[in-house]
Design a protein around this ligand. Structure first.
Ligand code: URA
Length: 227
């Protein structure tokens, strides 16, 4: 799949370097985050899926419909914030589809999968650059992949969702080193973890929890706007 940079606000060298670091992984396509620059609020998801890679826009598949509901409850539109994710290509998994008749060429079915830590690290410099550009005051990691990328993996979304954490976030210590570790930056953000929009598709019982978290976030954003 061809990769285009369009009017990418992130320097082309950073993108090229990240794509180079991701070579050999089962990733396809590429799209940057989208939205307002600068923006007070930044959402950080996991990785684009099949639909997003074709559409060239984050959260346009099934999870995107749920994200639109999130935004409606928050009284926001996509233009009010910036939407990104830990990985900017689609992690995929191929398997031979059931029902391929014996003797004929195997039919391969491709599905989305969760990105690995190495894949997140390969694209880490892009998210770091986006955060620098967008300068958000509030960062909303959606799901464990976004949360762990920003604060480390000692906590999970099920323990931190719906809470405000005031603190620094992780960035690559040395962006020029593909094996660089993460370090906490100096700036403090309001971090508000939410369940990933796809979570509710598989677990309807999360609906009420998410509704509560969105109300808490809406109220928090209102206090932030007045401060
Ligand atoms: N999940 C994400 O994290 N990002 C997308 O763009 C779509 C699904």
């Amino acid at each position: 799949m061809e990769v285009t940079f369009g009017s990418a606000p992130v320097a082309e060298e950073i993108i090229k370097e990240c794509l180079h670091r991701a070579e050999g992984y089962d990733l396809e396509g590429f799209l940057l985050g989208q939205g307002a620059i600068p923006a007070k609020i930044m959402l950080v998801g996991e990785a684009p899926g099949a639909t997003e890679i074709v559409e060239g826009r984050p959260f346009t598949g099934q999870a995107g419909k749920v994200l639109e509901e999130y935004l409606e409850k928050l009284g926001l539109t996509r233009e009010d914030l910036y939407i990104s994710s830990a990985v900017r290509s689609r992690p995929f998994k191929d398997k031979v589809a059931a029902g391929t008749p014996a003797g004929s060429a195997p039919r391969i079915s491709r599905s989305n999968r969760t990105p690995t830590k190495n894949e997140v690290r390969a694209h880490a410099a892009i998210l770091d650059a986006e955060i620098e550009l967008v300068q958000p005051r509030v960062i909303v990691p959606m799901g464990n992949i976004g949360l762990h990328r920003l604060i480390g993996s000692h906590e999970t979304i099920s323990s931190l969702h719906g809470k405000v954490i005031e603190g620094p976030i992780l960035r690559l210590e040395d962006p020029s080193d593909p094996r660089s570790d993460y370090v906490f930056g100096e700036r403090t953000y309001s971090i508000f973890p939410l369940y990933h929009p796809a979570a509710v598709i598989y677990n309807r019982s999360l609906e009420a929890v998410i509704e509560r978290d969105l109300t808490t976030l809406r109220d928090f954003l209102a206090t932030k706007n007045n401060s």
